[in-house]
Design a protein around this ligand. Sequence first.
Ligand code: IFM
Length: 444
Amino acid sequence: MKFPPGFVWGVATSAYQIEGATEEDGRGVSMWDTFSRIPGRVERGETGEVACEHYHRYREDVALMADLGVTSYRFSVAWPRVQPDGRGGPNPKGLDFYSRLVDTLLEHGIDPCPTLYHWDLPQPLSDAGGWLVRDTAHRFAEYAAVVAQRLGDRASTWITHNEPSVSAFYGYGLGRYAPGEMRMLDVFPVVHHLLLSHGLAVRAMRPHLRGDAITGIAHNLSFGRPVSPAPADSDAAELLTALQVHLFCDPAFLGGYPSAVLEHMPVGNAVRDGDLALLTEGHDFLGVNYYGPQYVTAALPGDPLPFRLVDPPEGVRRNELGIAIEPAGLAELLGYLRTRYRSALPPIIITENGTACPDVPAPDGRVEDHDRVSYMDRHLRAVRVAIAEGSDVRGYYVWSLLDNFEWTFGYSKRFGLVHVDRATRERIPKASYHWYRDLIAATR
Ligand code: IFM
């Protein structure tokens, strides 16, 4: 497989999912610490308290990345480590950790790609209303500036938010993720404050960033797919696509929110004068996290949403989380973005793609995750197709380097190129790790 010169090969992780050490070195409490301790929220009551012990084993993990040959590592910064209360003076030990991580990456020739928010909101900010309130967007900008001040001389690719749609819909709409609110589609203020905070953060960070630094958001983008050709199912799928793609990308690339979507969401008075201009700022690239489409049918009377989310139909392959596996959907999505946003669409980075497999080590210790290899191979071929058709895709990050805390699934689902033993945290590179290493070596 050939990729354009300078194509970025990476792996991605996030703080709460791998770091552990949640009570060390002055880290504050995040809303995921709180949420995961509520009985019934996470399988087997698991939490990120220990996770992969990355906070202590980061050197070992960077060595694994160096051996893999990746050119970039996408990690997230835990806001509660940097500002334990979500505001005010930084916690030096928290910032030191990320500074050490960045130095270690650079020593190994790996570009650091920090994400500032991967869902671990400081608990005091969540208690004060979280992303429902506008002040959180301002707090985020303040925090972003603090991190940029410390790491801005060494990191050049910055992501403010990971999957704002998941923050909004899973966290505040469906109650599946922290903070667990069930407002269904009444989450427009959350969406707006998240997107607004990107613009505010980029403005606050700029003076501290290198001249060549680029900023963007990593969006979870996928199509709604109807389970049947019935017009009502197609309408449901169209609405879901609009909620996942248009609602989050139109403000940046078309200058406003899609009116068809807003008909389904109470808008209130969240948008103030000057906000729309801010929403268009700081999109040097579009981060695309792609897993697969979401199947839907028309809603039934009494349903809380104007569509019904359903499992993929018989015959559609799915991963361990039940997500449909459709590599061609990635090329289709990239084409759709080209057509919808035309010259306003910036270069694209695939900021997450990967799959969960059962991954049991064989008696000889090897983990032969051939399904993951096939998944990555087919998705990278889809990226190639999209590039040949005109998409400007600059990089690809596998989710994830390590088996980690998969939110409500706890540690039961494994996305890593590297197997992590749950008892000892021993790392074992899987067959997919070796495959990815060979691919990177062959394409560089
Ligand atoms: O583990 C998550 C990650 O935190 C965000 N994107 C999807 C991944 C797999 O579900």
